[in-house]
Each structure stands twice: as C-alpha cells, then as structure tokens.
Design a protein around this ligand. Structure first.
Ligand code: MEV
Length: 308
C-alpha cells in the first residue's frame, strides 16, 4: 500500500495574473489531502473519495478528476490494465474551490503512486506529475497550486521556463481566516473568461496587469519586513484588481467587506474566484477569532489557520 499527501494553499497575491507570468505569492496551509494507493481486484483504476467537501464539489469535479487521474497515471508510466489500482482520498483539507484542493489531491496521488510502485520520485518530479494532473482541472494551470501543494511554505512564484520558485521567510507565522462562500466554482471557466476579456480590452487589461506586477514586488517587501499593515493594504488593492478583471462575485465581496469591518488588516478573494474562498489577514488569536466568528454568524464555513 502506497501513501502520500499534498498541502492546501491560499494565494496571497496575484492569482490569475500568475497565468501570464506576473509574479505571485502563495502560502501552503497546514491542511492536507492524503492518498492511499493499493492493488484491487478489478480492471483499471478507481477513486474512493472520502474527503469532506463543499456540497456539490465532488459531483461537479468528477469528470475533471477522471481526466486528471488518467494524466497522472500516464506520466507516471503506470499501466493499470496490468496493475489495477484503487486510490483512496482522505485528509483534513476540505475539498472546496480556491484552497488548492485539486492540486493537493494531485500531489497526494503522485506521492502515493511513487510509494506503491517504488518509483523513488523526487519532489521536483512529484511537482511535475501534479502539474500534469492539474491540467485535468484547469486546462492551462500556471503551476502555482501544485508547487505549494508539493513543497509547502511561503513561495514567490513566477511562471516561466523554468518557473521561478523562491522560498520566502517570515519573522513568524501570521494568523489568517479563510472564508468559504459555499459556491463551487470552475477555475477553467474563470481563467478562460480572463483570457477572452484580456484579448478584447488589451489596453485596460495591460494597465491592470502592470499594477499587479508592481504590487507583487511591494507585497514581497512588506511580507519580508513583517510590515503587516502594508501587507493588508496590498491585499485590499489586489482584491480590487481581481474585481476589475471580473473574477470576484458578490458573495466573495460580502465576506471581504465583513472581514475588513471586523478589523482584518486586509482581505481578498483567493484562487480562481467566482465563488470558492477568500482570505483575511488577522494577526493574533483574538482578531482571528473575532473575524472568524462574524463570518460563522452569517452562516459561512471558515478555516482558522496561519501563513508563513
Ligand atoms: C487557481 O488557484 C489559481 C489561478 O491563478 C489559476 C492558475 O494559476 O493556474 C486562477
């Protein structure tokens, strides 16, 4: 029996922009998806998905999950007609949009297969397999999610050949609240929408993309000097840019406003958008609790965790 796991993540700066080689910042969170791979008496492969999930998430992603798994098995060189395999997905990361659930599962599956078939894959190779798997969910993923899922920690990511993956250090971890709109979102559609509008309005989008690039560099400085007020302000600005490229939605905007009203230093959507999750910067247990409770009171599920 082979085992493996992958981290969930929050994108702190520049989801979507990252697809176009704009620098971005992502943090893994201390929630994982685990995978177990074991032989089974049957043909081909099956997945037994036991993850806790936002209602509708698993059903909506079923076809994408099949495509993704086929891709991983193919690149790993595993012939399931000769080696039928059952994959069990579990772990404490809720399967929801925006927190890297697909990437965490791809990484976990790649690691479990490596373990089961004694492939001895390095982290870099696991990351490549997970990236292949992500194509089943995203179409043209930047690679940011599988990078966080594989290596963990806080990462400066720039898509390219090769990708720039730099580990960032924080003076100490910072409390955050991740708020779930409860809406299952299609990242593939969100990414395609941005591409369409970017082609249609090149001037407007060019300006926004330049702002996003400048913002990433400022955010890196603010994080590395532990200037949390500036980090929060930049998260707010980043949310505005994401609204301008039309990937937010009223539920995300509501949670972002609520978090700021309750004293969060900054808040923004995180991940593909059009539903899914948002993140609020809430240093200290008290502020984190206050913001989390306010969201829960409105009926939303939240995750209290830390970055860095
Ligand atoms: C999704 O978590 C992040 C996006 O930027 C897509 C990607 O980078 O592949 C929206």
């Amino acid at each position: 029996m082979g085992k493996g796991s992958g981290f969930g993540k929050v994108i702190l700066f520049n989801e979507h922009f990252t697809v176009y080689n704009i620098p971005s910042i992502v943090s893994a969170i201390n929630r994982v998806t685990t995978a177990t791979a074991e032989p089974f008496e049957g043909t081909g492969w099956i997945i037994d998905d036991q993850r806790k999930a936002t209602p509708g998430y698993k059903e909506e992603k079923l076809e994408q999950q099949k495509d993704s798994t086929e891709r991983i098995l193919k690149v790993a060189g595993i012939d399931t007609t000769r080696n039928p395999i059952k994959i069990i997905l579990e772990g404490d990361l809720v399967a929801a949009s925006g927190i890297g659930a697909s990437a965490a599962s791809c990484t976990a599956i790649a690691r479990a297969l490596s373990d089961e078939f004694n492939l001895g894959l390095s982290d870099d190779r696991i990351n490549e397999l997970a990236y292949e798997g992500e194509k089943g969910y995203h179409g043209t993923p930047s690679g940011i999610d599988n990078t966080a899922a594989t290596y963990g920690g806080l990462i400066w990511f720039v898509r390219g050949t090769p990708n720039v993956i730099e580990r960032m250090k924080l003076e100490r971890p910072i409390e955050i609240v991740v708020g779930n709109t409860g809406l299952v979102a299609d990242t593939k559609a969100a990414v395609a929408g941005v591409r369409e509008r970017k082609e249609k309005y090149p001037e407007k989008y060019g300006k926004i993309f330049k702002e996003a690039e400048d913002l990433a560099h400022e955010a890196r400085k603010a994080l590395e000097s532990y200037d949390l007020k500036s980090v929060g302000r930049l998260m707010d600005e980043n949310h505005k840019l994401l609204q301008e490229i039309e990937v937010s939605c009223k539920e995300l905007d509501f949670l972002v406003s609520l978090a700021r009203e309750q004293g969060a230093l900054g808040a923004k959507m995180t991940g593909g958008g059009l539903g899914g999750n948002m993140v609020a910067l809430t240093p200290g247990d008290d502020l984190q609790e206050k913001v989390a409770r306010a969201m829960e009171k409105e009926g939303f599920e939240v995750l209290r965790t830390r970055i860095g």
